[in-house]
Design a protein around this ligand. Structure first.
Ligand SMILES: Nc1nc2c(ncn2[C@@H]2O[C@H](COP(=O)(O)OP(=O)(O)O)[C@@H](O)[C@H]2O)c(=O)[nH]1
Ligand SMILES: [Mg+2]
Length: 443
């Protein structure tokens, strides 16, 4: 990223034609640019109709100008917004004219980055802007808006505050060694540790759910040939997306369908049936099926209920990815398959059992009690949180086993630090660069 002293300019509306095209300017030279383009500085925060001109006076367009003096602007710097006609050429000529006067073209995410650097937003809020723009379901959009308004940051900060209080307690115990034993077996400390552990568990659950809301939930469908995997994909997606035949080995490639289960964005992945001695093409399909398993959030193993059940699944599913056995074709069985072993009975032909399966997928995604409190989160947040929780747990165990305040203090410090990475209270330039470069230009 370039340094923030210079003034940046970019089209804030997407490229292409539209009714209105917005050009945004931010930085110290904004006032001079406004005077040059508009002839005079508009009254702050009032919409003013003006002609937009080049430095040499040539007319480019006319439209609405909005001027936001620092610090009451999106970036915290002086900001000018010019709303002209939404033609790609008009907009790019206006950007060129502003560059001529004295600005540089903005990098991706640079406006949001400046808002972050000027304490207008924390990191999770800046990320929520991108998430709101990219939201694919109403629920995801609403949750992103809650993150943007600070719901996620507040939850993280309140846990960080608890950790800080614990740290102060423990550091004090270390500084006064004659009282250390008392301090460290103190009820207050133990209660604080327990409360923190609970808060970690709750926040992890909410963050996991937030990640699913943002990224969607990937369900990979596997099983033997002809078990009804493609039929299930079609049933769940409500369309004939996959070819279904009675010939084993029909599906040879990976097939992906996006569906929406009550606001939960689910990506269904249909795969080639797993079997021994397939032909060359099918072999490649099976290899792809196995590799899809590696990135799944959940796996549905489709079992033909009219066939004998295999002893074991004989497939390697990475640890922690839940596998559900779905007994398909129950319309062909006399008795319903038992449901007592975590299996689900289904007929991809008649649709029987579909509601239960949808409900089950929601449950797997932790999407059951999604109330108004939901916020969006990213993998990055979840990983930082997991690291924070891990340090916390290590410190707690160290205290229990060795009564050593120093070990606990160090682990609490690391835990606190990892939490700070989520909101950007602790951040490296490298991390910031990576996050903001994923934004689009003009944001
Ligand atoms: N009776 C019945 N037939 C089914 C059901 N599900 C799939 N089939 C049939 O089983 C055959 C194989 O289905 P398909 O979806 O292609 O299986 P895949 O190889 O696992 O993808 C087709 O002839 C389907 O019509 C079901 O629930 N009941
Ligand atoms: Mg198939």
């Amino acid at each position: 990223m370039n340094n923030s002293a210079d003034t940046i300019v970019a089209a804030a509306t997407p490229p292409g034609t539209g009714g209105v095209g917005v050009v945004r300017v931010s930085g110290d030279n904004t006032e001079h640019i406004a005077r040059t383009v508009l002839g005079a500085l508009p009254e702050p925060r009032y919409a003013t109709y003006r002609t937009f001109r080049r430095e040499n006076g040539q007319k480019l367009d006319a439209g609405i100008a909005l001027y936001f003096p620092a610090p009451s602007s999106f970036t915290g710097e002086p900001v000018l917004e010019l709303q002209g006609h939404g033609g790609p050429l008009v907009v790019s000529l206006l950007v060129d004219a502003i560059v001529e006067i004295g600005a540089r073209r903005a990098d991706a995410g640079e406006f949001s980055q400046r808002a972050f650097l000027n304490d207008k937003l924390d990191l999770t809020q800046a990320e929520a802007i991108a998430d709101l723009i990219n939201a694919s379901t109403t629920q995801a959009a609403r949750a992103a808006l809650r993150s943007l308004s600070g719901a996620f940051s507040t939850a993280v900060n309140s846990l960080a505050e608890r950790l800080l209080r614990l740290r102060m307690h423990v550091e004090a115990a270390i500084d006064f060694p004659e009282e250390e034993i008392d301090f460290l077996s103190d009820d207050l400390l133990l209660r604080g540790l327990n409360e923190c552990a609970d808060a970690f568990a709750l926040l992890k659950e909410q963050t996991q759910q937030g990640r699913v809301l943002r990224d969607g939930f990937q369900v990979v469908i596997v099983g033997r040939p002809n078990a009804g995997k493609s039929s299930l994909l079609n049933l769940l997606s409500g369309q004939e997306a996959a070819i279904v035949t009675e010939i084993a080995g029909t599906t040879r490639d990976i097939l992906r369908e996006q569906i929406d289960i009550d606001g939960l964005a689910v990506e269904l992945v249909d795969t080639a049936g797993l079997r021994e001695d397939p032909d060359r093409v099918e072999q490649e399909g099976i290899r792809r099926a196995r590799s899809a398993l590696q990135s799944a959030d959940a796996v549905l193993w489709i079992q033909d209920a009219t066939e004998p059940e295999p002893g074991e699944l004989n497939e390697t599913v990475p640890d922690g990815i839940p596998v559900t056995i779905v007994h398909n074709k129950i319309d062909l069985c006399e008795s319903e398959p038992v449901d007592g072993r975590g299996t689900i009975g289904l007929s991809a032909k008649t649709g029987e059992g579909l509601a239960a399966l949808r409900q089950h997928i929601r449950k797997l995604a932790g999407y059951e009690n999604l109330g108004e409190g939901a916020f969006t989160a990213r993998k990055r947040h979840l990983h930082a949180l997991e690291r924070a929780a891990m340090h916390f747990a290590t410190g707690r165990t160290a205290l229990e086993q060795t009564r050593a305040g120093e070990l606990l203090a160090e682990e609490l410090r690391l835990s606190h630090r990892a939490l700070g990475e989520i909101t950007g209270a602790v951040s490296s330039d490298d991390l910031l660069g990576r996050i903001f470069s994923q934004f689009c230009i003009g944001k």
